[in-house]
Design a protein around this ligand. Structure first.
Ligand code: IPT
Length: 981
């Protein structure tokens, strides 16, 4: 029996670990392996003084201990109820402990794990390794009371040789995991702090003669179409790749592979092979490809690469950073189905199974090392480990473990040193080691703007203006002329852009136009893929996603962790739909003047043969006809043009009722099942109006005259309060009449806008507490005129609004409103919205509309919506942003029916259109709510009809709303018709 090490000094030591095996490639083989996942005994100590002496002894009695699943993050246990083992905590940059490297607080939760296993009787002679895929953040391991060693580097594998400690039959494994360690200083990523054995644990037999490591080099020469294969194995082995005619050959080759199908994200062709040694057979999946920078352009297989990417953290709302294979597959399929072609594994190497999926389904990967020291930025980068030689080995160790583990994945095209770790010689050392070990991939790091050792100039959150400058090579000059000259030659990527927090991001299409216009720009990676919301239940049992501060953390960053294109449960948010359209890899242009359809193929590899192009015509949203287009395959990077087919011409020449709109839509869809989506899955589309839009405002020929009686004016079926001029009923429908509305529940981009939150300016101006005053009420021969003045307390600026109500005797059921509003004085800030708000009876359930849809959209997020007829339940028009905020707007609505269960309700017509929002709570309710579970339906349905709304932008982390989408106080008109139904 070995006793406890004299101290736990490894915890705060800068050493990355002791007793570990050298890093090597992750691979499977037919050698026996014992999966040690499952239920382990578990005890959580508050800190070192509380750890259990002797827990590592094989004979220790753990029958009184609880259990925990392995893998898991211990803070997630017990959720969505109460956490069983201490709560999760969320911070972005700030360390949740004093910056006192390498020391950590005494209150250092420590998980003690025990697991017995039976060694199968046929376990081979030879070496046996114990492999941990991920343990957060530092751990020591004993097998049968023998100390094996310790390790750090949470999202990286660690192996120990257990050959001498292993016994036939019963074995006892003991692991002590510390939440905080010196390693925590290097793991300050913007995410929940979670601990434990959170990835699988395996016992691996390494039979005599087995390989320890190998490196597959599969190059592709696009000029000849030939590949070259060479496998560097660290021991004797024979290589077989049947499809290439390689049979039991020396792996090193080099083996010419004539006329090979290269690997790309669009055509992820993998050649199955095998390495055979005396000890085992190792299956190989080989992808031939070449990635290089030529004349400042990133080429993959000789063709420019455009990243339509996302930053992906590993997240599940119930299990934290422990993901099932199904979760990973869901991510990959969702990405592929939304035209995403690349992933930055922010900010650590993912579970290797995810990279297997990227190889198989096709995603270009920027593999990022588990390194971030962002919290030093908050103390002026004083003491940043990145430039302290004492930390060098810890840095290099992390890089080696990533590169060695993942080097055989064709999907990985760039190695990223880490994220937000400042500058320093340790980063340079990581880059130098990597270039030497793997010259065939590119190096990425964003944090050193001079880019002395990277192959790309990478930026975060640059605004459209700056991206345009970079595209044209006109960026600001760096201080050092030599570095400036070097950097000017580098291709540009945005490793993070378009912060997808809450409603948004806006401005995606404008970024994409730039990326597609300038060869130096290689696209980017939206921040980020998934909300890190934690599924939680209120004491009354209402589920919601929790965020920073919800677990009583003294230091936290609120909901800044909820900024994904998919919600925490992996349901797509409107931002994902918008991104899919903005980055569509085939651009279709329906031209109604020349009657042509142009198809620009922006794919990297494939021609358009795998796509079917279909046209359809709708008159006022009613289908009139459709058909297929006979388009010759357009090669990658090329354009194809096609005349409209005769059937389409004919339909478009047919007469149309007055005021109707005719739209032609062309879609590109998969022509056959793919591994990631079925036949018919839509990839791209365009739409153009042949006639329309714009129904004329019906002229009021014989206006009804308002009738005053019993404190009301009656105008047709409309009833107005004679004191306030407010509409109170229409055709028997109770209405809380419209009044001017300028407020929206601030979205995250309003709340956190860089360089001064817009929402603060709005509240300061008093937009959330507007007062209304009736200025004039004038019944006249043409109808009823109501004039109001709307302004916040204390302000001398206002909006003067004229409501002109009219009903034509020819059509007494239609109540028309011509509204004009204009600013008085000087408004100090842009306005959230300009429109009206009213309330209808709570039994309104359904909205059917003709306008833009089907999803929500705002002025700078309109790429994904199209003109058509749509319908949805009121409850389904809401987008459940984790922090409740403005959502659900349907723009450019020509016509809408809001109805209850019996079909009764109200129709609204816009002349020519209006933005429409319908919800069971008010903007004030949305504003006040902290979680979706705070929102309770009221007994009214609130309807906003807007002339305009301020854009979305991505100001919570990045540029504000672009000037063209900013809503300044200005005169607007809104012309509407209301009819009970
Ligand atoms: C950037 C981080 O790299 C990323 O991890 C995340 O925190 C993101 O911001 C915001 O959600 S760093 C920021 C200072 C630009």
């Amino acid at each position: 029996m070995t006793s406890e090490p004299t101290a736990h000094d490894y915890l705060e030591s800068l050493s990355p670990g002791r007793g570990r095996e050298r890093p090597r490639a992750a691979f499977t083989s037919d050698a026996p392996a014992l999966n040690l996942t499952g239920t382990w005994r578990f005890h959580l100590a508050a800190g070192l003084p509380q750890v259990v002496d002797g827990f590592q002894d094989a004979g220790f009695d753990d029958s009184g201990w609880g259990t925990i699943p392995v893998p898991s993050c211990w803070q997630m246990e017990g959720l969505p109820g109460e956490p069983r083992f201490g709560p999760p905590a969320y911070t972005n940059q700030v360390y949740p402990f004093p910056v006192d490297p390498p020391h950590v607080p005494d209150a250092n939760p420590t998980g003690e794990y025990r697991r017995e296993f039976l060694l199968p009787g046929n376990w081979p002679e030879g070496r046996t390794l114990l492999r941990f895929e991920g343990v957060d953040s530092c751990f020591a391991v004993w097998l049968n009371s023998t100390l094996l060693g310790n390790g750090k580097g949470s999202r990286l594998p660690t192996e120990f040789d257990v050959t001498d400690a292993l016994r036939p039959g019963r074995n006892v494994l003991a692991v002590r995991v510390h939440q905080w360690s010196s390693g925590s200083y290097l793991e300050d990523q913007d995410m929940w702090w979670l601990s434990g054995i959170f990835r699988p644990v395996t016992l691996l037999s390494r039979p005599a003669g087995a390989l320890t490591d190998f490196f597959v080099h599969a190059d592709y020469d696009h000029l000849t179409g030939d590949g070259t294969l060479s496998v560097q194995a660290d021991g004797p082995a024979l290589l077989t790749v049947p499809a290439l005619g390689i049979v039991e050959a020396d792996p090193a080759g080099p083996h010419p592979a004539p006329d090979v199908i290269p690997w790309s994200a669009e055509q992820p062709h993998l050649y199955e092979g095998e390495l055979v040694t005396d000890g085992e057979r190792v299956p190989l999946r080989i992808g031939f490809r070449r990635i290089e920078v030529v004349d400042g352009v990133i080429l993959a297989n000789g063709r420019p690469l455009l990243f339509r990417g996302v930053n992906r953290h590993e997240w599940h709302p119930g299990t934290g950073r422990t993901l099932s294979h199904e979760d990973m597959l869901t991510d990959v399929l969702l990405m592929k189905r939304h035209n995403i072609n690349s992933v930055r594994t922010s900010h650590y190497p993912p579970d290797s199974a995810f990279l297997d999926l990227c190889d198989a389904y096709g995603l270009w990967v920027v593999d990022e090392c588990d390194l971030e020291t962002h919290g030093f930025g908050l103390v002026g980068w004083k003491g940043n480990p990145s430039d302290d030689p004492r930390w060098r080995e810890a840095y290099l160790d992390r890089m080696r473990r990533m590169v060695e583990r993942d080097k055989n994945h064709p999907s990985v095209v760039m190695w990223s040193l880490g994220n937000e770790a400042g500058t320093g010689s340790n980063l340079a050392a990581m880059a130098a080691w990597t270039k030497d070990r793997d010259p065939d991939r590119l190096i990425h790091y964003e944090g050193d703007y001079n880019c002395p050792y990277t192959d790309v100039f990478s930026l975060m959150y640059a605004d459209h203006g700056e991206v345009g400058l970079l595209g044209r090579g006109q960026e600001a000059v760096a201080a050092d002329p030599a570095l400036d000259a070097r950097r000017r030659q580098l291709p540009v990527i945005l490793c993070e852009y378009a912060h997808a927090m809450g409603n948004g991001p806006g401005g995606l299409s404008e970024y994409q136009e730039l990326f597609e216009a300038h060869p130096r720009l290689h696209g980017g990676f939206v921040w980020e893929w998934i909300d890190h919301g934690v599924r939680r239940r209120t004491p009354e049992g209402r589920e919601h996603f929790a965020y920073g501060g919800d677990f009583g953390e003294p230091v936290h960053d609120d909901n800044f962790c909820c900024d994904g294109l998919v919600f925490a449960d992996r349901s797509p948010s409107p931002g994902l739909t918008e991104y899919k359209k903005a980055v569509e890899p085939v651009r279709i242009t329906v031209d109604t003047t020349s009657r042509t359809i142009r198809v620009r193929n922006l794919l990297h590899t494939l021609d358009t043969a795998h796509l079917r192009f279909r046209w359809s015509v709708e008159d006022n949203g009613q289908p009139r006809g459709d058909g297929e287009l006979a388009l010759q395959p357009v090669p990658a990077g090329a354009d194809g043009v096609l005349l409209w087919p005769e059937a389409l011409n004919k339909l478009c020449d047919a007469p149309l009722e007055d005021g109707e709109e005719r739209w032609v839509t062309v879609v590109a869809e998969l022509a056959a099942d793919e591994s990631w989506a079925p036949n018919g899955h839509e990839i791209a589309w365009d739409q153009a109006a042949v006639v329309g839009p714009a129904p004329e405002v019906p002229a009021v020929v014989r206006p009804l005259v308002p009738v005053l009686a019993d404190g009301t004016y009656t105008l047709g079926t409309a009833v107005f309060d004679s004191a306030s001029g407010t509409l109170t009923a229409l055709g028997g429908l109770q209405i809380d009449g419209p009044r001017l509305d300028l407020w929206r529940a601030p979205i995250d981009n309003d709340l956190r806008t860089w360089n001064g939150p817009l929402a603060e300016a709005w509240r300061k101006a008093g937009l959330d507490r507007l007062e209304h005053r009736l200025v004039g009420l004038r019944p006249h021969d043409g109808g009823l005129e109501v004039v109001t003045r709307t302004a916040p307390a204390g302000a001398d600026f206002a909006m003067r609004t004229v409501f002109r109500w009219a009903v034509d005797a020819e059509d007494p059921g239609l109540l028309q409103l011509a509204l004009t509003t204009e600013p008085l004085g000087t408004w100090p800030c842009p306005l959230p919205r300009i429109g009206i708000r009213m309330a209808l009876p709570g039994d309104i359930e359904t909205v059917d509309w003709f306008g833009l849809g089907p999803g929500e959209a705002y002025s700078d997020t309109t790429a994904a919506v199209r003109v058509g007829r749509f319908g949805a339940a009121v409850d389904d028009l809401q987008t459940p942003y984790v922090l409740p905020q403005e959502n659900g707007n349907r723009p450019q609505v020509r016509h809408a029916r809001l109805t209850g269960p019996d079909g009764a309700g109200l129709t609204v017509t816009g002349y020519p259109h209006t933005d429409l929002t319908v919800r069971r709570w008010t903007s004030e309710d949305l504003d006040a709510a902290r979680h979706t579970s705070d929102l309770r339906p009221r007994d009214r349905v609130y309807v906003n009809l807007d002339a305009a709304q301020h854009g979305i932008g991505s100001g919570a982390c990045g540029p504000r709303t672009q000037p063209q989408f900013q809503l300044d106080a200005r005169p607007v008109t809104l012309t509407l018709g209301f009819r009970p139904c």
